[in-house]
Design a binder for this molecule. Structure first.
Ligand code: URA
Length: 298
């Protein structure tokens, strides 16, 4: 490659990196505009079909003349990725079907190991396509306290463990502040696959993953659940207030087997950006410590 071409590619790569593109899905670019135009025209009934349509199946029928959109093979995972099960094809199920499948699967897991195996085999979440591997949990599953974040980032995706990057290092300090570490706390995320480019998970992706994390909490059976950040608190505790308002409240959480105490606090990534928030997180950590000592009312 001559130096001009090399520079050209380097510029394009730099542009992609700045735009947040950090995973390669396919060798060849996919024209999504052409794809949706083709799907739309496939849905439009042709004149011949309309002329032949029996009564009651004209344009006023919501399904009149519909044909299934051409199915597109699931994209293969691009070079440089080593997903669990290389060459894996993840099915593109409609989200509600995937949520039902997740609920059915999660319920039948009798242990955390079984649940992990189920997630490894589960093909209903599109995030699995782009993630390098499943990020299931870290720490001690027998611990009395479980911390749940939102979704893995780049470091977690590489190592397959939650909270091992910058925010993980802060989480470790937060744990240490109340005498905990990864031998006395259990750590997981609502979403066990990294969203590409660390984008916010969609509501559908969260809904698909929710039955699994709920079952994970039930099987780990902690006394105290700590939600790290608003998305975790919204997903698990149903809290609709922003995290600034919702943090620090001790609320009941029904694991499915029993009711435990739960609390939301700021996400370590937020605290890295907003150090002033640490004074509130400290109060929340003291509340967690008191809960673990059986000193706080819920
Ligand atoms: N942020 C999260 O919410 N979870 C992780 O595992 C890492 C960063």
């Amino acid at each position: 490659m001559n130096s001009f071409v090399h520079k050209h590619f380097a510029d394009i790569l730099a542009f992609y990196a700045e735009a947040g593109v950090d995973v390669a899905l396919d060798e060849v670019a996919v024209d999504r505009f052409a794809e949706s135009a083709a799907a739309a025209s496939a849905r439009r009934p042709s004149a011949a079909v309309m002329a032949d349509a029996p009564r009651g199946q004209g344009t006023d029928s919501p399904t009149a003349g519909t044909r299934p959109a051409p199915s597109r093979p699931a994209p293969s995972v691009g070079a440089g990725h080593a997903p669990s099960g290389a060459g894996m094809q993840v099915s593109a199920q409609p989200p509600d079907v995937a949520v039902m499948a997740a609920r059915d699967a999660a319920h039948t897991a009798a242990s955390l190991d079984e649940l992990r195996g189920m997630l490894e085999a589960f093909d209903g979440c599109p995030l699995k396509r782009t993630a390098t591997r499943l990020v299931f949990a870290d720490g001690n599953p027998q611990a009395k306290v479980m911390f749940v974040g939102e979704a893995p980032g780049r470091d977690e995706d590489v190592q397959g463990l939650p909270f091992v990057g910058r925010s993980g290092r802060l989480l470790d300090l937060m744990l240490a502040a109340i005498g905990l570490d990864r031998t006395t706390a259990y750590i997981a995320n609502v979403i066990p696959w990294r969203p590409p480019g660390n984008r916010t998970p969609t509501p559908q992706e969260t809904a698909i993953c929710l039955p699994f994390i709920r079952r994970q909490v039930e099987l780990a059976n902690p006394d105290v659940l700590v939600c790290l950040g608003g998305p975790s608190a919204q997903a698990l505790l149903g809290i609709t207030d922003g995290i600034t308002k919702a943090r620090g409240r001790i609320v009941p959480y029904d694991t499915g087997s029993r009711t435990i105490k739960a609390i939301a606090t700021f996400h370590p990534a937020y605290l890295l950006r907003t150090p002033l928030g640490k004074r509130y997180a400290w109060r929340d950590l003291l509340a967690v410590e008191a809960l673990l000592k059986g000193e706080a009312a819920g």
